[in-house]
Design a binder for this molecule. Structure first.
Ligand SMILES: Nc1nc2c(ncn2[C@@H]2O[C@H](COP(=O)(O)OP(=O)(O)OP(=O)(O)O)[C@@H](O)[C@H]2O)c(=O)[nH]1
Ligand SMILES: [Mg+2]
Length: 218
């Protein structure tokens, strides 16, 4: 069974440089915190097969820069695609000086998102919650809510928290975009569970197996 036969669902993660986008995505896709990832130029695509409450699909996460950055042009195609069902705007809660720029950045993202074909849910994530300036958290939450966006926080060092957050986001998406049952048959299900056993056979740690109970890596 080829993973390309599965329904595809895409999440786009936008943000200024070094706000923590790659660490957040990698914590979910790889199950560990990478302290010093290489700066993403211009975009990065991560993929993972997900089984969430028996909804099986190919999740594609695309990382790119927000408007005002010249590399934004590279993510525009993914952002506007009908497959994009969630857009995350990531803002760094630990950065003292960045907060004053986030209002304009969020407004610019909202402006661009008007043209999205997939009617994505829109979420602001305050990153680096482990070293957040408390006042920034309150300010960003208000900013997100005033603009009608969901607000969440993330700590990429806490894999369980990142997994919970992705599960929550995927639940929102599936509620708004139910996957047609006919696209998954019994053969697909049994082959995917075979792939998950292969994971276990490769000797992954117990905690990673727990994480992949709902998220089957191949
Ligand atoms: N304390 C803390 N540091 C983090 C967290 N997430 C990322 N970082 C740090 O923030 C820095 C930038 O992280 P990246 O994930 O590369 O940021 P990015 O937004 O992908 O950056 P670009 O690809 O350059 O746009 C790295 O030094 C990380 O170690 C977090 O949750 N907590
Ligand atoms: Mg990056």
């Amino acid at each position: 069974m080829r993973s390309t036969n599965l329904p595809k669902l895409q999440i786009v993660v936008l943000g200024s440089p070094a706000v923590g986008k790659t660490c957040f995505i990698d914590s979910f896709c790889n199950g560990y915190f990478e302290d010093s990832p290489i700066a993403t130029v211009p975009i990065e695509i991560s993929k993972k097969i997900i089984n969430l409450n028996d909804n099986i699909f190919n999740l594609c996460i695309v990382e790119g820069k927000s408007p005002y950055n010249k590399m934004f042009e590279n993510i525009k195609h993914s952002l506007l695609s009908a497959e994009t069902k969630a857009v995350i705007i990531m803002c760094d809660l630990s950065n003292k000086n960045a907060m004053e720029g986030y209002q304009a950045e969020i407004e610019a993202c909202i402006n661009e998102m008007q043209h999205c074909k997939g009617n994505p849910i829109k979420i602001v994530i305050g990153s680096k919650y482990d070293s957040a300036i408390n006042e920034n958290n309150q300010l960003l939450k208000k900013l997100a809510e005033d603009n009608g966006l969901y607000y969440k926080t993330s700590n990429a060092k806490d894999i369980a928290q990142v997994n919970e957050l992705f599960n929550e986001i995927l639940q929102y998406i599936l509620e708004a975009n139910p996957i047609k049952e006919s696209s998954i048959n019994q053969e697909t299900l049994s082959q995917l569970s075979f792939l998950s056993y292969m994971n276990i056979d490769r000797g992954e740690k117990d905690e990673e197996i727990q994480v992949s109970r709902r998220c089957i890596l191949y």
